[in-house]
Design a protein around this ligand. Structure first.
Ligand code: ADP
Length: 507
């Protein structure tokens, strides 16, 4: 139990704008969703959930461990084997998923507030972004349930043949999600897995279990058969590690840090689970001297500061043509200075606190490292206040490619600006690519042809032109190099949740 002040009545410590639905989640005992029922952890253990804006405990939730993971995996296996989900007519499967999307939409405000309370993000951003994205992802994949197809192939053997392929569910899928987009991450993971007929055990991040508790209730209400979706709250080293190692799991899909991704891969090796990984990034942003600066300056500021910089695709390395370098850096610094920091529940908050004290310490220590390395702080550079995990949006100028702040993922609102010369396009592309990561990049220019040529040469899974972190369920997402294995979203995600079976018949 943490030393934080315990206050289970959020109305006492926050404000009266919390919905009845949010209040209900906060005050109900923490349970796990296993086999269609809400149950306490086998150990009876619970853990505290802290509001990062005021450091107060706002709820306690069940702490799943090895035994709970085992029960959940067995429930998912039974549900997979009895095929109530897999053999349900796909149109019906799609309908259940669509019903869940409708229910999430009906509870949009509850979800926006829960993710804000839990993660710190501005409620306005959760309302405008996270919730509709999650709804859209469930609807997009609900539509795919009826469109999973195979191929017919023509054989060259003598005689008559019917040779075709089927895409079948992989089986029991374990999914581990991070804390930066709690509801969105759950939707990205669950929707393609369910559309293709898999059964699932999903674990939320220990920092942000709340929105998935409401989601669990709506999953039952939507009519998913028991055991098809199991949702656990718990810690990575215990429940997460047990999921990665469990012999009854056919596939694991993980989103989080590159180092934990490696650990999961090792644990998955024993039974050769299928593995997909969405990992870290250190995404370059290339601003050319012909860019529309009215679009570019707010765009590149948004690329790093949205969601407190806690975004795997955050545009954290800013390469700017020397002719416009000062203007862009000044513009971004001005935006940083003006961003309104505050409790995410305040309607006018533009940037909330970081998710945890650990994250605040990590980001603050990188800012110290940057100063020591000789980079110049032109905005921010410090913690704000002493209650809540607020970090001022920070802009470093005079950064150089060897610095740790340029090479390592900070996962906070810290950007490093570096100038380049137009003659050096090749050099700036190779600097942009000089990273173990390869998740995302953006190019800002009015020269459409040149922008596409640069985009082709950037080694990243997503390249945006004159925008950054534009996410749509139809557009696939994932990393090159050490940013991951496999893809989420789009049709691509369906491949990683299916096995291909080849059926060959001699006629
Ligand atoms: P961060 O370090 O930013 O918290 P992590 O990659 O550690 O990000 O966490 C992302 C998710 O991975 C969380 O759900 C966490 O519980 C889980 N996790 C952390 N460590 C492990 C592990 N050893 N095995 C499985 N899951 C883990």
């Amino acid at each position: 139990m943490s030393g934080q002040q315990r206050e289970l009545d959020p109305r006492g410590q926050s404000d009266t704008r919390l919905t009845a639905g949010v209040f209900d989640v906060l005050k109900s005992p923490g349970h796990l969703l296993i086999d269609g029922e809400f149950v306490p952890a086998a150990s009876g253990r619970v853990f505290d959930v802290v509001n990062p804006a005021n450091e107060r405990v706002i709820a306690t939730v069940a702490e799943a461990d090895v035994e709970d993971v085992d029960r959940a995996v067995k429930a998912a296996r039974r549900a997979f084997d009895d095929a109530t989900w897999g053999r349900m007519p796909p149109a019906e499967r799609g309908r259940v998923m669509w019903r869940l999307a409708d229910l999430i939409e009906q509870h949009a405000e509850d979800f926006a507030q829960l993710d804000s309370l839990d993660n710190g993000k501005p409620v306005a951003a959760a309302r405008a972004g996270d919730v509709p994205i999650a709804v859209g992802v469930f609807r997009y994949y609900a539509g795919w349930a009826t469109k999973i197809t195979g191929e017919t192939n023509t054989l060259s053997w003598p005689g008559d043949w019917l040779a075709y392929t089927r895409r079948e569910a992989v089986g029991v899928v374990a999914q581990i999600i991070p804390w930066n987009f709690p509801l969105v991450s759950a939707a990205w993971k669950l929707a393609p897995a369910l559309a293709t007929g898999n059964t699932v055990v999903l674990k939320t991040a220990e920092q942000t279990p709340l929105s998935a508790i409401l989601l669990s209730r709506l999953i039952l209400e939507a009519g998913f058969p028991r055991g098809v979706v199991n949702i656990l709250s718990g810690f990575g080293e215990k429940a997460g590690a047990a999921m990665a190692a469990h012999a009854g799991v056919d596939k694991i899909s993980f989103t989080g840090s590159t180092s934990v991704g490696r650990t999961i891969l090792r644990a998955a090796a024993d039974n050769l689970k299928k593995v997909t990984l969405e990992l870290g990034g250190k995404s370059p942003v290339l601003v050319f001297d012909d860019a529309d600066l009215d679009l570019t300056i707010p765009g590149v500021a948004q690329a790093i500061f949205s969601n407190q910089g806690e975004v795997c695709t955050a545009g954290s390395r800013l390469y700017i043509h020397e002719r416009v370098f000062d203007r862009v850096v000044e513009g971004v610094a001005e935006i940083a200075d003006k961003l309104k920091l505050g409790d995410g529940l305040n309607e006018d908050t533009q940037m909330g606190p970081l998710v945890s004290n650990e994250q605040l310490q990590r980001v603050a220590s990188y800012v110290d490292v940057g100063r020591k390395e000789g980079a110049e702080v032109v905005a921010g550079g410090k913690r704000v206040g002493d209650i809540g995990y607020f970090m001022a949006p920070t802009v470093f100028a005079n950064a150089t490619s060897g610095m740790r702040i340029v090479r390592e993922e900070i996962f906070g609102p810290v950007v490093c600006a570096m100038p380049f010369k137009k003659e050096d396009v090749d050099a700036v592309i190779s600097e942009a690519n000089d990273t173990p990561y390869g998740l995302a990049a953006s190019v800002w220019s009015r020269d459409v042809s040149m922008a596409h040529k640069v985009a082709h040469r950037l080694r990243a899974g997503s390249v945006w032109i004159n925008c950054h972190t534009v996410i749509d369920p139809a557009q696939t997402f994932g990393g090159f190099k050490q940013s991951g294995w496999g893809r989420e979203l789009g049709e691509e995600a369906l491949r990683s949740y299916t096995e291909v079976k080849a059926i060959t018949a001699q006629l």
